[in-house]
Ligand binder design. Structure first.
Ligand SMILES: Cc1cc2nc3c(=O)[nH]c(=O)nc-3n(C[C@H](O)[C@H](O)[C@H](O)COP(=O)(O)O)c2cc1C
Length: 188
């Protein structure tokens, strides 16, 4: 698949299965992530890979970080425990926010977001499925602590990656003209 095909045809894939992407595929996705634009070369982004048994540990973290988890119904507990088992590989995208005169916090987060998009596109180009997920757990301080994040670090996404286990959803039919305007300044 060439780059334009991947960029224009990528869809998120929620139904994922093993085997885990190969070491080379993981290296390529993370190399793509590191090519995200980065104002002032702050290098705000870092990535954690969670695979194998570590996913069970992450499920435990998800459960035990949730409010009043001991009182949750069994099905809710199991849902949290099994969340990381939805894919053979989870890449946690982390942004390290630093004070900078010219690069505000939002730009640093956008840079990590661009890194995530590169992972999604690279995964698709490699024939893998991937989906960017966040939710309450991405902003839960206990999850951040368990993952070893510093105070100044934020989770930008949990990227679930694996083999595609369903037919790809159709591309939405979007009309470019609804989103793009050829602007010219009005002259009076
Ligand atoms: C920052 C961000 C967070 C997201 N979080 C979730 C999520 O927690 N759960 C989910 O099902 N989809 C989430 N999505 C949406 C999916 O990643 C995906 O974009 C959506 O299903 C549309 O599919 P598409 O990428 O094929 O257009 C999120 C997207 C973004 C950009």
């Amino acid at each position: 698949m060439n780059a334009i095909e991947a960029l224009t045809q990528r869809v998120s894939v929620a139904q994922l299965t093993g085997p885990e992407p190969t070491a080379e595929q993981q290296r390529l996705m993370l190399t793509a992530a590191l090519r995200a634009p980065d104002h002032a070369w702050l290098r705000p982004s870092r990535y954690l890979t969670v695979r194998g048994d570590a996913r069970e540990t992450l499920g435990r973290v998800f459960l035990e970080s949730s409010d009043n988890w001991q009182g949750l119904a069994e099905d809710k507990k199991n849902k949290l425990l099994n969340m990381p088992m939805r894919a053979p590989l989870i890449i946690v995208a982390v942004c390290r926010i630093t004070e900078h005169q010219k690069v505000p916090r939002d730009e640093q987060l956008l840079s990590t977001g661009a890194g995530v998009q590169n992972i999604l596109n690279a995964a698709f180009a490699l024939g893998l499925g991937a989906i960017w997920r966040t939710g309450d757990l991405a902003v839960n301080p206990k999850v951040a602590e368990a993952l070893g994040l510093d105070e100044c670090e934020e989770i930008v996404g949990f990227i679930y990656v694996g083999q595609i286990n369903s037919s790809l959803k159709p591309l939405p039919e979007l009309n470019i003209d609804d989103f793009v305007t050829d602007w010219t300044a009005k002259t009076s």
